[in-house]
Design a protein around this ligand. Structure first.
Ligand code: BGC
Length: 375
């Protein structure tokens, strides 16, 4: 047995025990835990992954497992400290503090609040711990690297899809449900969407920023919009992600509006979002392939934890976070998904199998769009 294989086994074998220990260790978050391979001959490094919330499916369904698997592959001896802040910025600050106390060699931080997370970066820097800003860009702080998608393009693609779905946009009324005001990405999605919508001829009848990206709050916002604008006067909905889109669709259904007649945008290609597209209830989503993002983050985290430079060829841009120094970045390309290209995107990549998407409830709809044959 090669040493790599042995340690890989140890990593897997210790996972449940380490999670159990973390659960009794005074940290009462459901989503938190640490994974350790034990000593591992001096090379063992500790990497902290701090994710922002669990109402949006991607974090527990894609980011956490994708990062964990790549970390295991690259560094079987590395220890992972994982936390999810459940949309609470001060909880995230304590989680980061506790990761530092527990020996983190690098923080991979997806901030709940892009501004207030700057103090966590300052704290990490005092202990010479590098920080990777993951998916959301921490503002006005000396972060070492940033990994994300072209977020303004996300908003542009959403806006373009909505305009296309409306056919003749001139004079049509839409509702805009943006993301959280504390998320730097939300501002970029909004900017990208406005860059298309504002000159398209559509009327933005109501617009909301949605605290915490909460689908429940998006549902309430949509209920308010329906009351204010009128049940028959809304032609389309810009929703910044699948969670908020799902909230808007739920509000339309309970007001007696058929969502199949009102195009709604989304983002994340969540399983539920893609299934709503199959059923014709949601018009589109944005696919941000999880693998390249989680794998780049794990690669960079391992290199930094070992005191090495970023792996060659990984960095492809720079971002401005207001700190005065451009932040070296990995910026990935988002893709627009409608029912026409589900097969060529999320299915082709293996993010979902046709069987996962086309459960009994969606069988007929899958057949109608030719998805069943992709099995
Ligand atoms: C992410 C989106 C996600 C949203 C809500 C954004 O920063 O880029 O993928 O849907 O946060 O968590």
């Amino acid at each position: 047995m090669t040493p790599t294989f042995r340690t890989a086994l140890a990593f897997g074998a210790l996972l449940p025990a380490a999670l159990g220990l973390a659960a009794c260790g005074g940290d009462d978050d459901k989503g938190s835990g640490s994974t350790s391979a034990g000593s591992g001959g001096g090379e063992a490094k500790t990497i902290a992954l701090l994710l922002p919330e669990s109402k949006t499916a991607r974090y527990e369904a894609q980011d956490r497992p994708g990062f964990t698997n790549e970390l295991k592959r690259l560094c079987p001896d590395c220890k992972l400290i994982y936390s999810n802040a459940d949309q609470d910025a001060s909880k995230q600050q304590s989680q980061a503090e506790s990761a530092i106390t527990n020996g983190a060699d690098v923080l991979v931080l997806d901030p709940v609040d892009a501004e207030s997370a700057a103090s966590t970066v300052t704290r990490a820097k005092q202990s010479n711990i590098p920080v990777i800003s993951y998916d959301r860009l921490i503002q006005k702080a000396p972060v070492d690297y940033y990994i994300s998608f072209d977020n303004e393009k996300v908003g542009k693609l959403q806006g373009e899809a909505l305009v296309k779905a409306l056919g003749t946009p001139q004079g049509k009324s839409i509702v805009m449900i943006n993301g959280a005001p504390t998320d730097s990405n939300a501002a970029m999605f909004k900017k990208g969407a406005h860059s298309v919508l504002d000159s398209s001829g559509v009327k933005i009848a109501k617009e909301y920023d949605t605290p915490d990206w909460s689908p429940d709050k998006a549902q309430t916002e949509m209920e308010q919009a329906i009351t204010a604008v009128g049940k028959d006067k809304i032609d389309g909905v810009y929703a910044a992600n699948d969670g908020t889109g799902g909230g808007a669709i739920a509000a339309m259904k309970s007001a007696g509006i058929d969502p199949k007649k009102v195009p709604v945008t989304g983002q994340d290609a969540e399983l539920a979002g893609v299934q709503r597209i199959i059923a014709g209830e949601q018009y589109m989503t944005i696919y941000k392939a999880p693998k390249p993002e989680t794998e780049a983050a794990a690669k960079l985290a391992v290199a930094l934890a070992r005191g090495e430079d970023a792996p060659a060829g990984l960095i492809n841009g720079e971002s401005d976070n207001g700190s005065g120094t451009p932040i070296k970045s990995v910026l990935l390309d988002p893709v627009s998904v409608t029912k026409e290209n589900i097969k060529d995107t999320v299915v082709k990549d293996g993010t979902y199998s046709v069987d996962e998407l086309c459960t009994k409830q969606y069988a007929d709809a899958c057949k109608a769009i030719g998805l069943s044959e992709a099995r």
